[in-house]
Design a protein around this ligand. Sequence first.
Ligand SMILES: Nc1nc2c(c(=O)[nH]1)N[C@H]1C(S)=C(S)[C@@H](COP(=O)(O)O)O[C@H]1N2
Ligand SMILES: [Mo]
Length: 240
Amino acid sequence: MDLIRLRHLQLSRRKYLTISGISSMSFLLGGCGTPIFEDLVGTLSEPLNQKIEKLIFSPQKAVPEFSISEIQPEELIVNTFRYTPIIDIEKYRLIIDGEVDHPLSLSMAEIQNLPLTSMIIRHICVEGWAAIVQWGGIRLREIIALAQPKSNVRYAYFKSADGYYESWDIASALHPQTLLAYQKNGEPLPVDNGAPLRLASPIKLGYKQSKWVTQITLTSHLTPFQGYWEDQGYEWFAGI
Ligand SMILES: Nc1nc2c(c(=O)[nH]1)N[C@H]1C(S)=C(S)[C@@H](COP(=O)(O)O)O[C@H]1N2
Ligand SMILES: [Mo]
């Protein structure tokens, strides 16, 4: 009886999350006739709230990186648990919403206009393999800063086009080596590795690094849905 009730609550919660995701998305897409990139540049000059600003500018320990000769192109195993989604790049938008002053809806062209950061790090999967990979993309902290998060934001939720979902602590999301990557080993990111946009970071295990990210929601609280693997018993923080 209790178990069934819990399951039911989880299901209705899941339904609610989906619906609220869709309605906030149509709000974003429908709400503005002005060129988004001009809006974006406008927000760059606005001050960030002090708490988030402190996290972004406080010296976070950089993880040592590898050299180009150490890249292991054959070692990165495609690890997809559901299916590889088909994404129309012309229609693709990255949504950034939640407890923010400037919700965003960005095309890949707008994202690729932002500064490119490249890093060579080790990807570690709990299934017992690792690979040294070069990732190129935009620092997640720069996108988060553009959205102007409110000072009570503590978590970032990531929704993926294959139904995968993840949540991260905000400090890890704001780490300078946490990227939204669209390049792998100097080439455009292959679809199997998460194109158009995936998370890449040397401070988290492989399952935290969502592929095919479509939505980032900044919140002050964790929901009962913490991540695709976490909800099946994997550790939430999953730091390296
Ligand atoms: N959307 C999505 N992201 C995902 C996964 C997935 O199945 N779906 N698998 C995760 C796991 S366990 C790992 S190890 C890495 C694998 O990335 P790769 O397929 O590019 O090697 O993606 C992570 N991100
Ligand atoms: Mo993994």
